[in-house]
Design a protein around this ligand. Sequence first.
Ligand SMILES: Nc1ncnc2c1ncn2[C@@H]1O[C@H](COP(=O)(O)OP(=O)(O)OP(=O)(O)O)[C@@H](O)[C@H]1O
Ligand SMILES: [Mg+2]
Length: 405
Amino acid sequence: MYVVMISPGYPQEIPYFTRALAQAGARVLGVSDQPEGALPPEASRHLAAYLQVPSLQDEDAVVEAVRHWASPVRVDKVECLWEPGMLLAAHLRAALGVQGMTVDETLPFRDKDRMKQVLSAAGVRTPRHARATSAEECREAARGIGFPLILKPIAGAGSADTYRVDGEAQLEETLPLLKHLSEVNVEEFIEGEEFTFDTVCVGGEVAYYSITKYRPHPLIARTNEWVSPQIVMLRDVDAEEYAAGREMGRAVLRALNFQTGFTHMEWFRKPSGEVVFGEIACRPPGARSVDVMNYAGDTDLFAGWAEAVVKGEFTQQFERRYNAAIIFKRAQGQGRIYRTEGLEHLLAKYGEHIVVIDLLPLGSPRRNWRQTLLSDGYLIVRHPDLARALEIADAVGTDLQLYAG
Ligand SMILES: Nc1ncnc2c1ncn2[C@@H]1O[C@H](COP(=O)(O)OP(=O)(O)OP(=O)(O)O)[C@@H](O)[C@H]1O
Ligand SMILES: [Mg+2]
């Protein structure tokens, strides 16, 4: 089987999916704008061939180039796990006559307004919303929706250009910050806890799912540098308290006719218990979340996904033994990391529950915490008991410090 994989080496965890495709028996044809020599070895070693294109943005040119390049073989699948390449993948499928998600099926996963329109038509509770292409349209939408509200890009990621607005004065302060966007989504602000519902599906059936809790909300984590954001993969996903979220997740997948692959949905639970849809992507969650899933269930979802794509089945065993949390760290100060404090103490106290330590080595320049949730590194911890898992995660948040200067 020949599988075209768009962006096989980027972002960070994609090489593990590329490797898994090859290990599942696929001949993987990589397409991206990176020079071949810049591909991470986990990706390049598992590619049967690679085509570097000048830009992935120029979809027509990429489609033409791939059509010509791949013409000696019959391509069976086109896969992409990188959000900006989803529509390109759908266009390529059409051009190559390959089965899988069409352009029309992909659009509601990419356009946050269309997404909510399709879902509310299917009876899913979504935030009240409107699209706006000018400051005046934003004001008009705000009058209809009311405050507090959220302003965000139609196809954003990583909470970039996303603002909570509490009143008219703040709206006027925020509008100039969005000038560079041609279109924004104006949304009712949902007060409540924020969760995910992530799946691997095969032929329209949910073969695996997990629920994570964000601590704190991503928007808060992205606006306060001192926070050590946590993503907590819950062990007891079948608990009654998540029933409404699970049902919403399944309803959303049905409404969007999702068939095979990874999905990543975000949802809110209001203090009243009402659940509200946030957004959905037809790719795995980023920021090492698939590793966290693997640690929570002693499984390999890179392989599970690849098997679903290549063989149309899911035979990975998983046992929900742990709550697993990833905690991202941000150094104090600017420049290069020169000191780490508190790690020995954490290891002495919680060592057996800390499964990954991946901090930037001393001497490295800091990463841009606004651009990548990975920030200056992360730890993954796990424990069968949720309260204990959260205690350890919080200890990593408060007791581990990185200094830069
Ligand atoms: N309607 C809303 N009500 C409350 N909070 C919201 C709303 N919309 C977005 N947010 C907050 O902003 C964050 C980012 O918004 P959203 O998930 O839509 O964008 P994103 O940039 O695609 O996110 P990411 O790529 O980080 O998942 C959410 O995780 C949530 O914390
Ligand atoms: Mg989001």
